[in-house]
Design a protein around this ligand. Sequence first.
Ligand code: ADP
Length: 460
Amino acid sequence: MPHHKLTLRLRLTFWYMLGLSLTFGLFGSYLYFKFQSGLIQQIDTTLQVTNLEIGGRILPKNQQLKFKETNLQELQDFIEAGLVIRIINQQGQVLDHLGKDEKTILPIPQKVGFITISADNQNWRIYNRMISNHQVWLQVAQSLNRVNEASNHLLNLIILSCPLIIIFVGFGGWFLADRALAPIDQIIVTAESIKADDFTKRINYQGNFDEVGRLALTIDKMLDRLQSAFEYERRFTGNVSHELRTPLTVMKGKIDVILNRDRSLVEYQNTLQDLEKEVHRLIRLTNDLLFLTRLEQEEIEQKCTFYPVNISNLLDVLLEQLIELQPTAKNIKITSVIKPDLVVLGNGDYLTNLFLNLLDNGIKYTPDQGQISVKTTLQDQQIIIKIINTGEGIAQDHLPHLFERFYRVESARSRLTGGTGLGLAIAQEIAHLHQGLITVSSELGKNTTFEVILPNANQD
Ligand code: ADP
């Protein structure tokens, strides 16, 4: 929606201009008042210096006080400077005065120091001083007209130039915001073109690696994850459908055959036994699927309650059962080297499921007269459990996919063994749930090794 971008651009420019106006307003006011007070300070200095100068040039004449006449030319300079100088006695009578605006009615001095007054439509700055040896006031005054003119000139300059500068800089801000936001358009266009079932498009941003560049890269990475999750889901649904269809097709075929004519009781019984096997397969498959979903959910929600599980005992019991139950026909040799009292913080049922899956696979994929060995080691607070079985091994290109759901090295062979293709996926999910890891390695024609790494819970 382009108007969103416009709004952001407008908002940025607006805030920029507002900030600038406030700064200029504050700075302008400061400049104006500083300038004005500076000028007044200058006047004050002049008034004070003049007052001191003149004070020394007052002479008694005919019982009256007069400015020192010999220095009249010098006094002329004070007049030129626009100063009004008056000598006033204690009764308020003006004894003498000097200056262009000498007629201006200025107040009679009351106390020593500076005052600002308004007279004849203009402001005056006055400095009064008592000349104690003559017992008279010496008053020096200057109009503030020039100060006001200069400050007003500055004020006009500020008032006129500021809006112009703000508007000019505002355009600059607008241009910059526009440039900064332009790549977002590209992101929006790409994002809008992404359909719910197609995550193949990428932004592929070529600009700088700034905030926008990082945003584009983050979105691209998110799309990567979405795409793989989506493809994974699609594959998974396809696989589930396929896995469900196969036994159902077999069952349908068997039912069709048995129903196409009258059969003997034995035939019915045989078919029902076959059907039961397929139903078992379906039940195992759905149970495994449900279990996987539950594990995933628990990993996401982290809600599984863990307690210390003695892995050594657990493995011992499983191996004992395995030795007892394994089909004697295969004659597989099972050996183990298990460190005692290895403890993992986890869920005993889940961990049993994990190792049962691996040992079960070991039995399934080890040929007659083969060998299975289980070894445990403790290394850097990690418990490592290795399950090695002899046999034809697994080719390297299969290894990275082995833990994917329904992945089988050789599907026909595996289906014959009764596996659902979910055993290793479940094992991996359980390992992850326990903050652990499961890896596989294989020497073709020799053996296959599954390695489970779990955090050790025994701290001593
Ligand atoms: P299945 O139920 O088919 O056994 P799994 O997820 O347990 O499914 O295993 C996936 C595939 O990995 C199997 O089909 C098999 O080809 C291979 N595999 C698993 N364990 C072993 C093993 N110990 N030796 C050789 N191949 C194995």
